[in-house]
Design a binder for this molecule. Structure first.
Ligand code: FES
Ligand SMILES: [Fe+2]
Length: 437
């Protein structure tokens, strides 16, 4: 699986963490390996192995100066490509500089993020130019939160529409007057209405239907799925369409940015939210954009961005004024059930019982395992077909009973898994129904 996960570009750090030429380097962990990112004197970014190629000192302590980074142990210095520029204790000959290189990797600065490729040399796919990358740089907002749990637990949360109107009901995610309902439970302590939107609330859903039909289609970039909910008192449907740029990036229904989950190691990951100004919940993570009007900086109190779950409000839960025990945005709600800082840093899925609403969760698992098989057979893993990412779309809208949701995202080029629309028996939704509890 690690070989598959190395075959994609993904963001390893925020550009705001390397704000100016020759600023201090940063240590970056990706897929259990350790690297150093630095911005050289000309402003170019390098992404190199953390340990010095002489005798393994950490270059996170290095000096960034005059076109390279210099190890503080014996002064070896390399440029962003890993070429050795100086080896002060190397005996005065060029021999070592001609035959030794510091490990370096392709890196791109785009859309507020530093993207890297750590797969085998020469195999990097075309760099994905996402829609938000055309936003003026000073308007891009990027935030990162470090979670202590396996990345897939977090990623599956972005592919799970049916929890929106249930766990996130505390955030007023359903924009209807009157008390919200979760099954038979009515929560009548707070007047939900489309005129009262709690801070951090998602764009509201106009229906209380919490049993969406989830339809999944494969695309050149991975897959997309639609969650279809009935509107009250009509045959219209409210549809939320999300696009999964397999395996790390998800563009969710009402957002024009993306949620990106990056594995740091087996038991930790970064959730990165990125988008244009005002489109990303700023409270999500650290935002360090040095703009003229001074975008605020958010820091978690301990260990920078590492997230810890605040206390759950059991009194409000018992009093039926809260469902999940947090009404302060989605973050604590999502993190609590994804295993962040909990006892399930790696969730073993043997005992679960999927339902039809979990079809998109099943899809990413299928693509991951199928990608392993494909790579072992000498084929490319999923999600690497040619695609113009500038056309990538997510969407949410009320549509008529006979309208096709696919028409809202026509440029995504979806197709039913298995290759044609008659192959429903192989589809994730069909497979999920087969294992329904
Ligand atoms: S260990 Fe880096 S120069 Fe010697
Ligand atoms: Fe959520």
């Amino acid at each position: 699986m690690g070989q598959v996960l190395r075959r994609y570009w993904y963001p390893a750090f925020l550009l705001a963490d390397l704000p100016v030429p020759d600023c201090p380097p940063i240590g970056v962990q990706v897929l259990g390996e350790n690297f150093v990112a630095f911005r050289d004197t000309s402003g170019e970014i390098g992404f190199i192995d953390e340990l010095c190629c002489h005798r393994g000192a950490s270059l996170t302590y290095g000096r960034v100066e005059e076109g390279g980074i210099r190890c503080i142990y014996h002064g070896w210095k390399c440029d962003i490509h890993g070429n050795l520029l100086e080896t002060p204790n190397g005996g005065g000959t060029r021999a070592v500089r001609d035959h030794v290189k510091q490990g370096s990797y392709p890196v791109r600065a785009a859309g507020g993020l530093g993207w890297v490729y750590i797969g085998p040399p020469g195999t990097e796919p075309e760099f994905p130019h996402f829609p938000w990358m055309d936003t003026p740089e000073e308007e891009i907002t990027a935030g990162e939160v470090l979670y202590d749990c396996n990345w897939l637990q977090v990623q599956e949360g972005s592919l799970d529409s049916s929890h929106l109107g249930i766990m996130h009901v505390d955030n007023g995610v359903v924009m209807q007057p009157g008390p919200p309902m979760v099954g038979s439970l009515s929560l009548d302590g707070v007047p939900w209405s489309d005129k009262v939107r709690p801070p951090g609330a998602l764009p509201g859903m106009p229906t209380t239907d919490n049993d969406p039909v989830v339809e999944v289609e494969q695309t050149p970039f991975g897959f997309q799925y639609a969650a279809l909910r009935w509107m009250p008192d009509s045959d219209d449907k409210y549809v939320r369409i999300s696009a999964c740029v397999f395996p790390y990036v998800v563009c969710i229904g009402s957002s024009t940015g993306a949620v990106i989950v990056v594995p740091r190691d087996d038991e930790s990951c970064s959730m990165i939210n990125v988008g244009g100004r005002g489109r990303v919940p700023r409270r999500l993570g650290t935002v360090r954009e040095p703009t003229a009007d001074g975008l605020r900086q958010f820091r978690f109190p301990s260990d920078g961005r590492r997230y810890s779950i605040p206390p759950q409000d059991r009194r409000a839960m018992a009093g039926r004024t809260m469902f999940a025990g947090w009404r302060d945005g989605n973050r604590p709600q999502d993190a609590s059930v994804q295993g962040v800082n909990g006892k399930v840093r790696i969730y073993h899925r043997r005992t679960e019982h999927l339902v039809q609403a979990d079809a998109a969760v099943l899809m990413i698992r299928q693509l991951l395992f199928d990608s392993v098989r494909r790579l072992e057979a000498g084929q490319a893993p999923h999600g690497l077909e040619p695609f113009d990412f500038r056309t990538l779309q997510a969407a949410h809208k009320v549509i008529g009973a006979n309208d096709r949701w696919q028409d809202l995202v026509a440029d995504n080029h979806g197709r039913v898994p298995g290759g044609n629309r008659e192959s429903g028996s192989e589809s994730p939704q069909a497979a999920a129904q087969g294992v329904e509890a």
